[in-house]
Design a protein around this ligand. Structure first.
Ligand SMILES: N[C@@H](CCC(=O)N[C@@H](CS)C(=O)NCC(=O)O)C(=O)O
Length: 398
């Protein structure tokens, strides 16, 4: 009995996860955990000794059902823009209930819904990017915008005064602002959220960035060290709305986008500030491209380099970077090339969002020793140049 139960529950959880693209990761993870836990219980052989297990199992299942119910109700409100679903009254009215055929398990295609921006949509966007020229997260957003040919204006933020972003409560860059006449400015924060929102904009009929933003709510919580941290929910999810479910290629793309933010990017500071001379090289590069006045330029170069040299040592411990940080950078480059394999890009013939993200982050160190060493010691160079060419030629534009 356990096997069919396990199958049925896992299947149910899977269907639930796929039915709510906005919460697919959380729901599927929770669903699977609950299902796994549930199936491990000897549900049909219970006796007085395992009463506690039964209570746990039942609470796991009820949690799953409650979560599904609440999620479903939330997803099917008109405000959420979701018009289909297992229980949705709106969906039933329109005959748009979940269709097993449409949500095949592992469609291989990445672009079930083509990702491209029409000239008309591009013109509507009117975007301004608040950035630091060599910030890896900003470079990632620029790679994305350039590849898809999205027009935008750049405002280089002064990292000392940050006066250009005083309008925002969010204290980091990149910030992407949409300005529309007669409307309040729309502000998008976080590089991965920006990329997910703009991709959702391309693949759905939802052309209101404000509504798309509502799918990425900011959660603030206290972490295990007692520190208050904020995180954007669904950062890596593309809202497919009418086309639920994730193809295998989309899952792979999402996994490697996460890897860029959680692994690759942590290799940069310990590498570019590896020694005092490399820290000075990095800071002359940063100060030559950044928005500094001439006094700040000199101070930044020396004070910044010294400060970052020590901060990078701390980050090295925090993110388990190898004693020689180059080794970890080469490992990351090799790991990436292993997954790209013999294909031109991870996305196949065209770069996908993970290709653009890896390229964007690495482009932030292009002028530095760490980058040249990485190209010399690994096979990443040709892939990097291919992606650069695609980005610079706006190959993803319609
Ligand atoms: N998760 C954010 C990270 C952004 C971030 O940390 N940006 C840095 C610059 S590289 C920043 O603005 N730090 C605050 C500061 O410099 O004042 C993203 O992906 O956009």
């Amino acid at each position: 009995m356990a096997a069919p139960m396990r199958y049925a529950t896992a299947r149910y959880a899977h269907v639930l996860g796929r039915s709510f693209p906005q919460n697919a990761i959380k729901l599927t993870e929770n669903g699977f955990n609950n299902a796994r836990y549930f199936s491990q219980q000897k549900f049909f052989t219970f006796n007085a000794n395992n009463r506690r297990n039964i209570v746990k199992s039942l609470s796991a299942v009820s949690g799953l059902i409650c979560g599904a119910y609440i999620g479903q109700r939330w997803m099917s409100t008109p405000e959420s823009g979701q018009t289909w679903g297992l229980l949705s009254p709106i969906a039933k009215q329109r005959g748009q209930v979940w269709d097993g055929e449409k949500c095949t398990d592992e469609p291989q295609l990445l672009n079930r819904v083509p990702r491209a921006l029409s000239a008309e949509d591009a013109a509507k966007l009117n975007l301004t990017l608040y950035q630091y020229q060599v910030c890896p997260f900003c470079c990632k957003v620029r790679a994305y915008l350039d590849y898809f040919g999205v027009p935008y204006t750049i405002v280089e933020v002064n990292p000392v005064s940050r006066k250009e972003i005083k309008f925002s409560e969010y204290r980091k860059v990149p910030i992407l602002v949409q300005r529309s006449p007669g409307k309040e400015d729309m502000q998008l924060n976080d590089s991965s959220v920006i990329i997910s929102i703009l991709t959702s904009f391309m693949v759905t009929n939802e052309k209101d960035l404000g509504r798309l933003m509502s799918y990425y709510p900011k959660m603030t919580y206290t972490n295990e060290k007692g520190k208050e941290v904020s995180e954007f929910t669904n950062r890596f999810n593309i809202m497919l709305l009418e086309t639920p479910g994730l193809s295998k290629a989309e899952k792979v793309e999402m996994k490697w986008r996460k890897w860029v933010d959680n692994v690759l990017v942590h290799n940069l500071p310990p590498n570019i500030y590896r020694s005092p001379s490399e820290a000075l090289q990095a800071f002359s590069y940063i100060s030559s491209l950044g928005n500094f006045n001439s006094v700040e330029k000199v101070i930044m170069k020396y004070v910044g380099a010294a400060g970052m040299y020590f901060i990078a040592m701390k980050l090295k411990r925090k993110y388990n970077i190898k004693p020689d940080a180059r080794e970890s950078l080469y490992d990351a480059a090799n790991e990436w090339m292993d997954v790209v394999g013999k294909k031109a890009f991870l996305g196949g013939e065209k770069p996908n969002l993970a290709d653009l993200s890896v390229y964007g982050v690495l482009s932030s160190i292009e002028g530095l020793d760490a980058f040249h060493d990485m190209c010399r010691m690994t096979k990443i160079g040709p892939w990097y140049q291919r992606t650069k060419k695609s980005v610079q030629s706006h190959a993803g534009a319609q």
